[in-house]
Every structure is written in C-alpha cells, then in structure tokens.
Design a protein around this ligand. Sequence first.
Ligand code: ZN
Length: 364
Amino acid sequence: MFKKKNLYLILLVILTSLSNLNAQTKAPKPVFSDGPYLFYQDQSVVAKWMENNQLQQRTFSIGENLDLPEKLSPDFDLHFEDLENRPVRQEEINFTTNGPIVALSDVHGQYLVTLKLLRENRIIDENNNWIFGNGHLVLVGDIFDRGDQVTELLWFFHKLERQAPKSGGQVHVLLGNHELMVLTGDLRYLHKKYRYTMAVMQMPLNELFSKNSYLGAWLRSRPLAITINDMAFVHGGFSELLLEKTNSLATINRLGQKSIDAAAEESASDSLLTFMGTINGPLWYRGYFDKEQVSKQNANTILKKLGKKHIIVGHTSHEAIVSLFGNKIIGVDSSIKFGKRGEILIVDRGEFYRGTVQGERIKL
Ligand code: ZN
C-alpha cells in the first residue's frame, strides 16, 4: 500500500514538472501589426489595419486628413486628394535618360535590407526620402511573399514613385510572378504574419488587394516590362518562345495586367494569355542562367528581336549581381530575400556596377 502511494507521488511530480516544462518552452503568441489597407466606398475611403493582432478601422470622407498610426508603415504618405485620383495604367513604357539608373529585385518583404541598400548607395536619405536626383530606379518585381514587411515596402516604393519626379527622377515598380500569385489568390508563400492579417480582417489577402483597394488598383496599373535607353527590364526574362509570339512590350504588359483579373475560361481561350503563366512566360522564365538553353548566340538573337543591347532581369537568385555575355544579360536578384544582404545594379555614364550593402561600387 505504502509503495503504491509512493509511486503515485512520483508520477504526480513527473507530470507536474513535464507540464511546467511545456509551459516554459511554449512560444508566446506572436503580436503583429500590419497595414493600412484602403478601400474605396462611395465618396469615402475605409482604412483597415491590424494593431497588435486587433482589427482597427476608420472611414474617411473627402477632405479629411488620413491620420493613421505612424508606426504601421513608416512611408505611408497619402492624402485624401491622392485617393480621388485612382491609379491609372501607365501607357509610357519606353524611357530615355542621361541620368544614372539603378535596379534591384526580389526584395520579398525585406524592408530593412532594402532601406540599408538604398541608403548606403545614396538613393534615399535616413528618412527614406528620394535623394537620387534625376536618376531612375527600377524594382524588377517580387515585393510580395516570404518576408514580413510587404505592406511597408509597397508604401515605401509608392512614396518614392511620387517623390522622384520632383527632382527629375523616376521610379518604375514592375510586377513579378509573386505579385501575380498573390493578386490571383495563390497564397502559398505568405509569411505567417499575413495569416493573422487575413484572420483579423476576415478576408483573403487577394481581396485586401482587390481592384477596389488603393494598393490593388496601384499594382494593377504597374507594367511587367519597360525599356530605358538601350536596356529592357522584365522580372523573369524574354524567352525565344515568347519573342516568336510577340516582341511588343506593350502587348506583354497588357496581357500580364489582364491575366490578374481574367476569368479562367477567358485565359483558356486565349493562347498568348495562357502562355504568360508558363515557365517560358516573362515573369517565370529562368533560361538565361541555363547554358543549355541560352548561349551567346541565342542572347544576340533575343536582343536583336527586342532592338536593345542589354536585358535586366530578377527572379533567378544569385549571391550577387551577375553578368552574362559581357553585360548583355544582367541578373539583379542578389538574394535580398534572406534578409541579410544584397546588391543593386548601378548604370552610370555607360558603365555597369554592383552597388554593395556597404555602398561600394564594383565594376561589372
Ligand atoms: Zn520571381
């Protein structure tokens, strides 16, 4: 009898300490904030955001100041007047400049590394404002997915896009495959923070970026491909198969933008629209970095069809900016997605450089 009682006691002690251990090792519930997301509603705008896992919401009418908590997205700078002018599709896609050009891609929610890279290379100041004068900045796709500061990055690039022209510069935000994925409801690569956002807002992320939201309308107005001087920019690449079908960047942009909201039946009946989403499509192609697929000769043929001298792409990750065939093809996805470091491409007076996170320029 005594023995049995002892055994019970021992068992009780073991069970209690196990449950204590469990309580100690159990991670605390994460606390997230995210936003703002703005939605058009008649003559007003509804702002929704998540503050410490709680839904916050305010309706603003015409003329009211959009005073939202600053810590949400530090670069959010919209006023109601801006909201009255809904973002429109940009027709101009061919640009010329005598100023410097920088390009980066695949920032994937890594706001802090992106800021550091742009500060050290004197594109923005310590308050994240444009100081690149008449320069052009190209974000070659993929702001969404993986990292936890996607909304911050969207408002940041949106702000720069508005600031740059004041000093003769320009910002070009190009769509990548991850923009297309999120906008069409493929949410496989989201950081878990956005699962909280969706639960709190009771909306899937693609609805938070619907046509009726400000950022959704803004993203839908962005191109997939542009040219600056003798360079063409696109997220994945221009495959030979694509160029057999079309070498018109305007067509590529129109189809890419259309594919966001096209119904499945519509896509199925339009072979070029279907082609956009394949591995040879402009947002998915990786062939330039596969010697079996693209030789110097193929690269020359591709450039000739585009009528350009250089192609700048993201999408295929490398440790640094990479150059193929004497700068004919340059890959700018320098793995910023890991949140540790990265590089930007700098084109200055006809020379190509890698701009490092320490602000050094290394000739390509
Ligand atoms: Zn990509």
